[in-house]
Design a protein around this ligand. Sequence first.
Ligand code: MG
Length: 346
Amino acid sequence: MLWGVEEMYSIGEFSARCGLSAKMLRSYAAAGLLIPALVDRSSGYRYYSAGQLHRARVIALLRQADIAIEEITRFLGRPDAAQLDRWDREIVDASAARRQALADARAALALDGARVEFRAGTATHRSRRDTNEDATLPGELLFAVADGIGGLDQGDVASQLALDTLGAAFAADGSVAGLLAACRAANEAVWRRAADEATTMGTTLAVLAVTSDTHAVVLHVGDSRLYRLRAGRLARLTTDHTVVAELLRHGELLAEVADTHPHRNVLTRAVGVGPRVEADYAGVSCDRGDRFLLCTDGLVDALPDKDLRAGLAAGGEPRAAAESLVASAVGRGAEDNVTAMVVDVR
Ligand code: MG
């Protein structure tokens, strides 16, 4: 349709040429983004000029890129390559965030693609002590070590009772909430037993749990530790609940003297020494090929991190790796009970 010197299109014709629906064109007109070149006052018909086709196509493309109408209006007032770059980065970031959320959902649901198997091996040695007060729980979905507190009566009873209670409670409810309830139950069991026997008992606890709702979770109380070896790099997943660790955290102690500090094994938290206990816990990612280490302080007091890393990275079955680490610690004259549990993700 010709109108004066410039070709004019009805809204239907213009829609067909620019790829924006008539409904969109009306809403963009209302927003001031693309105002018809002419409105026939008698009929109310809108007409767009051929010269508006380019702007309409750009709008259609930006809308395809999911840019908001108000942003497009501002942008077309002063088109700027830097703004296109910013939108490009936003799309990349948003896409990464969406992909991560999908991956997390996959892991949380433990669907086929993310299903991994856990294989555990354990070794323990009383070393120079008369008794071994460390205990271990190598379950199918629950892996734990506990170190009965030295200096208190029946540390071995405390560590075993804590793990038995934890394991039974987690078997009944394998969710994260169930794990936390299991930890509370373990604390109460030790606390009550100590009260019944008019004594004091306590234990540390370090747990790797494959929960039904958040996949893998690490939880700990005290100075038993969890590490993860991934692609040859060792990461410590827990922070000791000890006087020395607290001093370090507050910058009141030099890291160089922490390993030899006389109070390095004095705990600030333990299971069973009070009616309630606060555990630290966090979700942890598990990829095929990851190797976890759960251990008591006897192991890490005797072996520095570089030796832990080398022992774990040497490969072999989990049990052989655990035995090798414990043998190294005992060979270096470990004073305390030494326990290592190696858990492979396959
Ligand atoms: Mg110990």
